[in-house]
Design a binder for this molecule. Structure first.
Ligand code: SAM
Length: 285
């Protein structure tokens, strides 16, 4: 089955068709520590901890589940009676997810803006590092609201712009020197609405008990390790292979010149939020 996709989705589908599991490789070993000293080994574990809430979840959806790693953690924690579901618009990511999860989870090809599930199916909707990529944000929220049971919860982690480090500045400057392929010239990579606690809270009409907390994750490593992070950015898929190779060489050279004892530092910022669905989304529910 193929889906009618928006341009940004066609771009993301193109990126995920050539590289699966990139988010897990980039983020599964990044520990999270909030100001209140709450700690998790990773943002995946942070979301998986939503299973411990007072209200047991009979059915859980991972929205934009990618290669299924969050569902895999949930499968190791949730009672077998908890039904696990994943949806993603990338067929290639779903192939990996199916291989990882087997029959333990039901996986569907679909878009966040038109979820392939009946109303009031889930007690918990989770989403890791995906909502900030979506357009038509109001539609996405309406869909999450529709598939959640009243009293059900949405918990998500999104990536937000970190304070600019020297390495980030080098990457952005180099990126700006290359013209994107014509096809991808006019796409925007980040949602303006899934970007800050206040804009997210405004989007979540029909939800209550909104909480959010952000965390800055400091990273350091050799220039090559920095490239393992920056080289995974979606923006690079809008360039030719030759442009990417030359950007990588220049990035390594520039990082080499600012490295101290062979190492550079940069930061990653994530925002966690969670809210409870209170109202039926539509009068006919
Ligand atoms: C950054 S990856 C995160 C994958 C996974 N949640 C993880 O953290 O490992 C973003 C995912 O969102 C999916 N995606 C992007 N736009 C989507 C849409 N409109 N509907 C459903 N999935 C979408 C992509 O295919 C991709 O798997």
């Amino acid at each position: 089955m193929t889906l009618p996709l928006l341009k940004i989705e066609r771009f993301l589908a193109h990126a995920h068709s050539s590289d699966q599991g990139a988010t897990w490789r980039a983020m599964s070993a990044l520990p999270v520590k909030f100001d209140n000293a709450e700690e998790y080994p990773s943002t995946y574990e942070l979301l998986a901890s939503s299973l411990n809430s007072a209200r047991p979840a009979a059915a859980v959806l991972d929205l934009a589940c990618g290669d299924g790693q969050l569902l895999n953690i949930l499968a190791s924690r949730a009672p077998t009676s908890t039904e696990l579901f994943g949806v993603d618009m990338s067929p290639e990511e779903l192939v990996h997810a199916r291989g990882l999860l087997g029959p333990r989870a039901t996986l569907q090809l679909g878009r966040a803006q038109a979820l392939p599930f009946a109303a009031q199916t889930f007690d918990l909707v989770l989403s890791h590092m995906a909502l900030m990529l979506f357009e038509q944000e109001h539609l996405v929220v309406a869909e999450i609201e529709r598939v959640l049971r009243p009293g059900g919860r949405l918990s998500a982690v999104v990536g937000v712009a970190p304070p600019k480090s020297q390495v980030q500045a080098v990457f952005s400057e180099l990126l700006s020197q290359y013209e994107r392929l014509p096809e991808w010239r006019d796409i925007r990579f980040r949602s303006r609405l899934f970007s800050s606690p206040s804009s997210i809270a405004e989007l979540l009409v029909g939800f209550t008990d909104f909480i959010s907390k952000s965390c800055l994750i400091a990273q350091d490593g050799t220039p090559l390790q920095a490239w393992a992070w920056f080289g995974g950015m979606y923006e690079l898929h809008a360039l030719t292979i030759d442009q990417r190779a030359s950007l990588r060489d220049e990035f390594l050279r520039r990082c080499g010149s600012i490295a101290l004892d062979g190492r550079v530092t940069w930061k990653v910022k994530v925002l966690y939020f969670s809210a409870t669905r209170v109202q039926p989304a539509h009068a006919d529910l």
